[in-house]
Design a protein around this ligand. Structure first.
Ligand code: RTP
Ligand code: MG
Length: 138
C-alpha cells in the first residue's frame, strides 16, 4: 500500500477539552507518524483561505468563526494509506452519525464543533500541507 501524507487539524473545541494527547495517541496507534506540527491561532484570512473550497456554502461564515475561536494544532501525518486511514479515525462530519470509537463520536459536540479536520484526498492533502508547512519536502 502507498505511503501517503495528510493534513490534520485539532480544532478549537478539542484543544479546549484538553484531548490533544488522546487524539495523538489514536494517530500513533494507527501507524500514522506526526512529521510536522504547530499550535497556532488562525487569522480570519488564514481560515478563509484554508476552507476556500467551501466559500459559497451557507455554513462558511460559521465554519470560519469557529476555526478562529481559539488555538488549533495543525499537523502533517505520514503512513500507509494515510488519507483514508485518518478519515476513518475521524468519523463522519456530524458526530451524531459518526461510528462509535471514532474521534468525532468520542470528542465532538456538533457538526460545527467537530473536533478535527482531515484532508479528503491525496491531491487536497498536498495543497493543505503546503498551506501550513511550505518548507516540508513533498
Ligand atoms: P473537515 O473538512 O473539517 O475535515 O470536515 P469534513 O471534510 O468532514 O466536512 P466538509 O464537508 O469538508 O465541511 C467542512 C466543515 O464545515 C462544517 N459543516 N457544516 N452545517 C452543515 O451542514 C455543515 N456541513 C459542513 C463542518 O464543521 C465540517 O467539518
Ligand atoms: Mg472537508
Amino acid at each position: 500500500m502507498a505511503i501517503e501524507r495528510t493534513l490534520s487539524i485539532i480544532k478549537p473545541d478539542a484543544v479546549a477539552k484538553n484531548v490533544i494527547g488522546q487524539i495523538y495517541t489514536r494517530f500513533e496507534g494507527a501507524g500514522l507518524k506526526i512529521i510536522a506540527a504547530q499550535m497556532m491561532q488562525l487569522s480570519r484570512e488564514q481560515a478563509e483561505g484554508f476552507y476556500a473550497v467551501h466559500r459559497e456554502r451557507p455554513f462558511f461564515k460559521d465554519l470560519v468563526d469557529f476555526m478562529i475561536s481559539g488555538p488549533v494544532i495543525v499537523q502533517a501525518l505520514e503512513g500507509e494509506n494515510a488519507v483514508l486511514k485518518h478519515r476513518d479515525l475521524m468519523g463522519a462530519t456530524d458526530p451524531k452519525k459518526a461510528e462509535k470509537g471514532t474521534i468525532r463520536a468520542d470528542f465532538a459536540d456538533s457538526i460545527d464543533a467537530n473536533a478535527v479536520h482531515g484532508s479528503d484526498a491525496v491531491e487536497a492533502a498536498k495543497v493543505e500541507i503546503a498551506y501550513f508547512f511550505p518548507a516540508l519536502k513533498a
